[in-house]
Design a binder for this molecule. Sequence first.
Ligand code: DAH
Length: 348
Amino acid sequence: MSLKEDLTQIKDQGLAEIAATDDLKALNDIRVSLLGKKGPITTALRGIRDLSPEERPQVGSYANTIRDELTTEIDARKQAIEAKELAQKLANETIDVTLPGNQVRQGQPHVIQQIIDEVVDLFIRMGYQVLVGPEVEEDKYNFEMMNLPKDHPARDMQDTFYLTDDILMRTQTSPMQARTLEKHNFEDGGLKMISPGIVYRRDTDDPTHSHQFHQIEGLVVDKNITMSDLKGTLATMIHEIFGTKFNYRLRPSYFPFTEPSVEVDVTCFNCMGKGCDVCKHTGWIEVLGAGMVHPNVLKMAGVDSDQFGGFAFGIGPDRFAMLKYGVSDIRDFYLDDVRFLNQFDRRG
Ligand code: DAH
Protein backbone atom coordinates (compact mmCIF):
# COMPACT_ATOMS: atom_id res chain seq x y z
CA MET A 1 0.00 0.00 0.00
CA SER A 2 1.24 3.47 -0.73
CA LEU A 3 1.84 6.01 2.00
CA LYS A 4 -1.05 8.06 0.65
CA GLU A 5 -3.39 5.10 0.97
CA ASP A 6 -2.09 4.53 4.51
CA LEU A 7 -2.89 8.10 5.35
CA THR A 8 -6.39 7.85 3.88
CA GLN A 9 -7.03 4.75 5.95
CA ILE A 10 -5.79 6.52 9.12
CA LYS A 11 -8.11 9.37 8.35
CA ASP A 12 -11.18 7.19 7.74
CA GLN A 13 -10.55 5.14 10.84
CA GLY A 14 -9.89 8.27 12.89
CA LEU A 15 -13.08 9.96 11.72
CA ALA A 16 -15.08 6.83 12.54
CA GLU A 17 -13.61 6.66 16.07
CA ILE A 18 -14.27 10.36 16.67
CA ALA A 19 -17.86 10.06 15.52
CA ALA A 20 -18.43 7.01 17.71
CA THR A 21 -17.26 8.51 20.98
CA ASP A 22 -19.59 10.17 23.48
CA ASP A 23 -17.12 10.91 26.18
CA LEU A 24 -14.64 13.79 26.58
CA LYS A 25 -11.93 11.65 28.11
CA ALA A 26 -12.17 9.01 25.38
CA LEU A 27 -12.08 11.80 22.78
CA ASN A 28 -8.89 13.15 24.31
CA ASP A 29 -7.35 9.68 24.18
CA ILE A 30 -8.24 9.48 20.48
CA ARG A 31 -6.63 12.89 19.89
CA VAL A 32 -3.40 11.80 21.59
CA SER A 33 -3.24 8.47 19.80
CA LEU A 34 -4.01 9.95 16.34
CA LEU A 35 -2.08 13.22 16.40
CA GLY A 36 0.50 12.63 19.14
CA LYS A 37 4.22 12.11 18.62
CA LYS A 38 3.82 8.37 18.50
CA GLY A 39 0.66 8.53 16.42
CA PRO A 40 0.25 7.09 12.92
CA ILE A 41 0.38 10.46 11.16
CA THR A 42 3.71 11.39 12.72
CA THR A 43 5.01 7.95 11.85
CA ALA A 44 3.70 8.24 8.27
CA LEU A 45 5.32 11.65 7.89
CA ARG A 46 8.61 10.14 8.87
CA GLY A 47 8.25 7.76 5.89
CA ILE A 48 8.16 10.75 3.52
CA ARG A 49 11.92 10.89 3.34
CA ASP A 50 11.85 7.49 1.52
CA LEU A 51 9.70 8.96 -1.24
CA SER A 52 10.95 10.52 -4.47
CA PRO A 53 11.53 14.30 -4.38
CA GLU A 54 8.43 14.84 -6.62
CA GLU A 55 6.11 12.86 -4.33
CA ARG A 56 7.35 14.37 -1.07
CA PRO A 57 5.55 17.75 -1.15
CA GLN A 58 2.34 16.17 -2.41
CA VAL A 59 2.17 13.53 0.28
CA GLY A 60 3.41 16.01 2.89
CA SER A 61 0.63 18.44 2.15
CA TYR A 62 -1.90 15.59 2.05
CA ALA A 63 -0.73 14.53 5.54
CA ASN A 64 -1.15 18.10 6.81
CA THR A 65 -4.67 18.31 5.35
CA ILE A 66 -5.60 15.09 7.09
CA ARG A 67 -4.16 16.32 10.40
CA ASP A 68 -6.16 19.57 10.07
CA GLU A 69 -9.30 17.69 9.16
CA LEU A 70 -8.96 15.36 12.14
CA THR A 71 -8.22 18.30 14.46
CA THR A 72 -11.32 20.17 13.24
CA GLU A 73 -13.45 17.05 13.69
CA ILE A 74 -12.15 16.47 17.22
CA ASP A 75 -12.88 20.10 18.17
CA ALA A 76 -16.36 19.92 16.70
CA ARG A 77 -17.03 16.63 18.48
CA LYS A 78 -15.73 18.12 21.75
CA GLN A 79 -18.16 21.03 21.48
CA ALA A 80 -21.04 18.70 20.69
CA ILE A 81 -20.27 16.46 23.69
CA GLU A 82 -19.94 19.49 26.00
CA ALA A 83 -23.24 20.92 24.79
CA LYS A 84 -24.92 17.57 25.33
CA GLU A 85 -23.49 17.27 28.84
CA LEU A 86 -24.62 20.79 29.71
CA ALA A 87 -28.13 20.09 28.44
CA GLN A 88 -28.16 16.89 30.49
CA LYS A 89 -26.99 18.74 33.60
CA LEU A 90 -29.61 21.47 33.18
CA ALA A 91 -32.31 18.86 32.71
CA ASN A 92 -31.19 17.00 35.86
CA GLU A 93 -31.10 20.15 37.94
CA THR A 94 -34.47 21.54 36.87
CA ILE A 95 -36.48 22.72 39.87
CA ASP A 96 -40.18 22.07 39.92
CA VAL A 97 -41.44 25.40 41.18
CA THR A 98 -44.94 24.02 41.49
CA LEU A 99 -43.94 21.66 44.31
CA PRO A 100 -45.21 22.84 47.72
CA GLY A 101 -42.49 24.62 49.75
CA ASN A 102 -41.90 24.67 53.48
CA GLN A 103 -44.67 26.79 54.91
CA VAL A 104 -43.56 29.59 57.23
CA ARG A 105 -46.44 30.74 59.38
CA GLN A 106 -46.85 34.48 59.23
CA GLY A 107 -48.32 36.46 62.06
CA GLN A 108 -50.87 39.23 61.74
CA PRO A 109 -51.52 42.48 63.56
CA HIS A 110 -53.23 42.05 66.93
CA VAL A 111 -57.00 42.05 66.57
CA ILE A 112 -57.30 45.39 68.41
CA GLN A 113 -54.67 46.91 66.16
CA GLN A 114 -56.69 45.67 63.17
CA ILE A 115 -59.74 47.53 64.47
CA ILE A 116 -57.68 50.67 65.14
CA ASP A 117 -56.24 50.49 61.61
CA GLU A 118 -59.73 50.18 60.13
CA VAL A 119 -61.06 53.17 62.09
CA VAL A 120 -57.97 55.27 61.35
CA ASP A 121 -58.18 54.41 57.62
CA LEU A 122 -61.80 55.53 57.52
CA PHE A 123 -61.08 58.87 59.20
CA ILE A 124 -58.09 59.51 56.96
CA ARG A 125 -60.46 59.08 54.03
CA MET A 126 -62.74 61.68 55.66
CA GLY A 127 -59.85 64.16 55.81
CA TYR A 128 -58.82 63.87 59.48
CA GLN A 129 -55.22 64.16 60.58
CA VAL A 130 -53.86 61.41 62.83
CA LEU A 131 -51.95 62.47 65.94
CA VAL A 132 -50.23 60.45 68.64
CA GLY A 133 -49.81 61.80 72.17
CA PRO A 134 -47.81 60.87 75.27
CA GLU A 135 -48.97 58.11 77.62
CA VAL A 136 -47.20 59.78 80.53
CA GLU A 137 -49.24 62.95 80.72
CA GLU A 138 -49.56 66.13 82.75
CA ASP A 139 -52.54 66.54 85.08
CA LYS A 140 -53.08 69.86 83.31
CA TYR A 141 -53.89 68.23 79.96
CA ASN A 142 -55.43 64.99 81.23
CA PHE A 143 -57.87 66.73 83.58
CA GLU A 144 -57.69 70.49 84.06
CA MET A 145 -57.85 71.63 80.46
CA MET A 146 -60.54 69.02 79.85
CA ASN A 147 -62.73 70.94 82.30
CA LEU A 148 -61.98 68.68 85.27
CA PRO A 149 -60.44 70.99 87.88
CA LYS A 150 -58.70 69.50 90.91
CA ASP A 151 -61.25 67.96 93.31
CA HIS A 152 -63.84 67.58 90.53
CA PRO A 153 -65.91 64.52 91.48
CA ALA A 154 -65.75 63.09 87.93
CA ARG A 155 -62.00 62.51 88.42
CA ASP A 156 -62.88 59.61 90.71
CA MET A 157 -64.26 57.59 87.79
CA GLN A 158 -60.84 57.69 86.20
CA ASP A 159 -58.59 57.15 89.18
CA THR A 160 -55.16 56.34 87.86
CA PHE A 161 -51.46 55.81 88.41
CA TYR A 162 -49.79 59.06 89.50
CA LEU A 163 -46.04 59.37 89.00
CA THR A 164 -45.86 62.72 90.83
CA ASP A 165 -48.63 65.08 91.99
CA ASP A 166 -48.80 66.54 88.48
CA ILE A 167 -47.72 63.67 86.22
CA LEU A 168 -49.74 60.56 85.61
CA MET A 169 -50.44 57.71 83.22
CA ARG A 170 -53.16 59.25 81.04
CA THR A 171 -56.65 57.96 81.81
CA GLN A 172 -58.03 58.93 78.41
CA THR A 173 -56.88 60.14 75.00
CA SER A 174 -58.92 63.35 75.53
CA PRO A 175 -55.81 65.35 76.61
CA MET A 176 -54.91 65.27 72.92
CA GLN A 177 -57.89 67.60 72.38
CA ALA A 178 -56.31 70.23 74.64
CA ARG A 179 -52.83 69.73 73.18
CA THR A 180 -54.09 70.05 69.59
CA LEU A 181 -56.43 72.99 70.21
CA GLU A 182 -53.64 74.87 71.94
CA LYS A 183 -51.36 74.53 68.89
CA HIS A 184 -53.86 74.88 66.05
CA ASN A 185 -53.99 78.14 64.16
CA PHE A 186 -57.65 78.70 63.33
CA GLU A 187 -56.79 81.43 60.86
CA ASP A 188 -55.73 78.54 58.60
CA GLY A 189 -59.17 76.93 58.90
CA GLY A 190 -60.87 74.32 61.06
CA LEU A 191 -59.47 71.27 62.79
CA LYS A 192 -60.25 67.58 62.23
CA MET A 193 -58.14 65.02 64.04
CA ILE A 194 -58.17 61.58 65.55
CA SER A 195 -55.69 60.28 68.07
CA PRO A 196 -55.42 56.55 68.82
CA GLY A 197 -53.49 55.31 71.85
CA ILE A 198 -53.25 53.41 75.12
CA VAL A 199 -54.77 54.65 78.37
CA TYR A 200 -54.55 53.48 81.99
CA ARG A 201 -56.97 53.29 84.89
CA ARG A 202 -56.75 51.89 88.33
CA ASP A 203 -59.81 49.72 87.65
CA THR A 204 -60.23 46.29 89.07
CA ASP A 205 -59.99 44.00 86.04
CA ASP A 206 -63.23 42.22 85.18
CA PRO A 207 -64.71 40.80 81.92
CA THR A 208 -65.35 44.29 80.51
CA HIS A 209 -62.56 46.29 82.22
CA SER A 210 -58.80 46.17 82.02
CA HIS A 211 -56.33 48.50 83.79
CA GLN A 212 -54.82 49.24 80.38
CA PHE A 213 -56.83 49.60 77.20
CA HIS A 214 -57.13 51.56 73.96
CA GLN A 215 -59.00 54.66 72.92
CA ILE A 216 -59.35 56.66 69.74
CA GLU A 217 -60.08 60.32 70.35
CA GLY A 218 -61.80 62.38 67.68
CA LEU A 219 -62.13 66.14 67.49
CA VAL A 220 -63.67 68.48 64.94
CA VAL A 221 -63.67 72.24 65.57
CA ASP A 222 -64.72 74.80 63.01
CA LYS A 223 -67.44 77.35 62.32
CA ASN A 224 -71.05 76.10 62.15
CA ILE A 225 -70.54 72.53 63.36
CA THR A 226 -73.76 71.00 64.63
CA MET A 227 -74.83 67.87 66.43
CA SER A 228 -76.10 66.40 63.16
CA ASP A 229 -72.49 66.48 61.90
CA LEU A 230 -71.55 64.39 64.93
CA LYS A 231 -74.41 61.97 64.36
CA GLY A 232 -73.63 61.54 60.66
CA THR A 233 -69.96 60.94 61.41
CA LEU A 234 -70.70 58.30 64.05
CA ALA A 235 -73.28 56.55 61.85
CA THR A 236 -70.78 56.37 58.99
CA MET A 237 -68.17 54.87 61.27
CA ILE A 238 -70.46 52.31 62.91
CA HIS A 239 -71.81 51.08 59.59
CA GLU A 240 -68.32 50.92 58.11
CA ILE A 241 -66.89 48.88 60.99
CA PHE A 242 -69.83 46.65 61.90
CA GLY A 243 -71.93 46.58 58.73
CA THR A 244 -75.42 47.94 58.29
CA LYS A 245 -77.19 45.13 60.12
CA PHE A 246 -76.04 46.72 63.38
CA ASN A 247 -78.15 49.60 64.59
CA TYR A 248 -77.02 52.39 66.90
CA ARG A 249 -78.57 54.90 69.26
CA LEU A 250 -77.47 58.04 71.09
CA ARG A 251 -78.31 58.32 74.81
CA PRO A 252 -77.98 61.53 76.84
CA SER A 253 -75.00 61.33 79.16
CA TYR A 254 -72.48 63.46 81.00
CA PHE A 255 -68.84 64.25 80.29
CA PRO A 256 -67.19 67.34 81.76
CA PHE A 257 -65.64 68.28 78.40
CA THR A 258 -68.79 68.10 76.25
CA GLU A 259 -72.18 69.74 76.46
CA PRO A 260 -74.51 68.19 75.53
CA SER A 261 -72.96 64.74 75.92
CA VAL A 262 -74.09 61.39 74.59
CA GLU A 263 -73.21 57.78 74.91
CA VAL A 264 -73.50 55.63 71.80
CA ASP A 265 -74.84 52.09 71.92
CA VAL A 266 -74.67 49.47 69.17
CA THR A 267 -76.96 46.44 68.75
CA CYS A 268 -75.81 43.57 70.99
CA PHE A 269 -73.83 41.06 68.90
CA ASN A 270 -75.04 38.17 71.01
CA CYS A 271 -78.82 38.56 70.77
CA MET A 272 -78.98 41.10 67.90
CA GLY A 273 -81.20 43.30 70.05
CA LYS A 274 -83.54 40.81 71.69
CA GLY A 275 -81.95 41.12 75.14
CA CYS A 276 -79.52 38.68 76.79
CA ASP A 277 -77.04 38.37 79.65
CA VAL A 278 -74.23 39.99 77.64
CA CYS A 279 -76.19 43.24 77.16
CA LYS A 280 -77.88 43.07 80.57
CA HIS A 281 -81.18 42.51 78.73
CA THR A 282 -81.17 45.91 77.03
CA GLY A 283 -80.32 44.68 73.51
CA TRP A 284 -77.58 47.35 73.32
CA ILE A 285 -73.87 47.62 74.10
CA GLU A 286 -72.17 50.92 74.83
CA VAL A 287 -69.19 51.60 72.58
CA LEU A 288 -68.30 55.25 72.82
CA GLY A 289 -68.83 58.64 74.38
CA ALA A 290 -69.27 61.83 72.43
CA GLY A 291 -70.71 65.32 72.51
CA MET A 292 -70.39 68.96 71.52
CA VAL A 293 -67.10 70.43 72.75
CA HIS A 294 -67.66 72.39 75.98
CA PRO A 295 -66.89 76.13 75.54
CA ASN A 296 -64.60 75.97 78.59
CA VAL A 297 -62.33 73.48 76.78
CA LEU A 298 -62.05 75.87 73.84
CA LYS A 299 -61.47 78.92 76.05
CA MET A 300 -58.80 77.24 78.15
CA ALA A 301 -56.91 76.34 74.95
CA GLY A 302 -57.16 79.96 73.76
CA VAL A 303 -59.84 79.37 71.09
CA ASP A 304 -62.63 81.90 70.57
CA SER A 305 -65.68 79.89 71.60
CA ASP A 306 -68.10 82.47 70.20
CA GLN A 307 -66.78 81.89 66.71
CA PHE A 308 -65.75 78.25 66.87
CA GLY A 309 -67.39 75.11 68.13
CA GLY A 310 -67.34 71.42 67.37
CA PHE A 311 -67.80 67.84 68.43
CA ALA A 312 -65.62 65.22 70.05
CA PHE A 313 -65.81 61.48 70.56
CA GLY A 314 -63.88 58.79 72.37
CA ILE A 315 -63.99 55.30 70.86
CA GLY A 316 -63.11 52.13 72.74
CA PRO A 317 -61.51 49.82 70.13
CA ASP A 318 -61.36 46.98 72.70
CA ARG A 319 -65.14 47.23 72.99
CA PHE A 320 -65.42 47.38 69.21
CA ALA A 321 -63.39 44.18 68.92
CA MET A 322 -65.54 42.42 71.55
CA LEU A 323 -68.66 43.47 69.73
CA LYS A 324 -67.47 42.70 66.25
CA TYR A 325 -66.11 39.25 67.06
CA GLY A 326 -68.38 38.24 69.93
CA VAL A 327 -65.59 38.07 72.52
CA SER A 328 -67.10 38.21 76.01
CA ASP A 329 -63.95 38.77 78.12
CA ILE A 330 -61.73 41.80 77.37
CA ARG A 331 -58.84 40.16 79.21
CA ASP A 332 -58.52 37.54 76.46
CA PHE A 333 -57.08 40.26 74.22
CA TYR A 334 -54.18 40.80 76.61
CA LEU A 335 -53.17 37.22 77.39
CA ASP A 336 -51.23 36.92 74.14
CA ASP A 337 -52.35 33.36 73.54
CA VAL A 338 -51.71 32.81 69.82
CA ARG A 339 -54.42 30.14 69.66
CA PHE A 340 -56.89 32.90 70.52
CA LEU A 341 -55.26 35.65 68.44
CA ASN A 342 -54.80 33.55 65.27
CA GLN A 343 -58.58 33.37 64.93
CA PHE A 344 -58.54 36.99 63.81
CA ASP A 345 -56.34 36.59 60.76
CA ARG A 346 -58.31 38.64 58.29
CA ARG A 347 -55.91 38.40 55.38
CA GLY A 348 -58.03 35.44 54.21
N1 DAH B 1 -62.60 60.38 77.49
C1 DAH B 1 -63.85 59.71 77.72
C2 DAH B 1 -63.62 58.49 78.58
O1 DAH B 1 -62.55 58.05 78.69
C3 DAH B 1 -64.45 59.27 76.41
C4 DAH B 1 -65.02 60.44 75.70
C5 DAH B 1 -66.31 60.81 75.86
C6 DAH B 1 -64.22 61.17 74.84
C7 DAH B 1 -66.86 61.88 75.22
C8 DAH B 1 -64.75 62.26 74.16
C9 DAH B 1 -66.07 62.59 74.37
O2 DAH B 1 -64.04 62.99 73.35
O3 DAH B 1 -66.60 63.65 73.71
O4 DAH B 1 -64.57 58.00 79.15
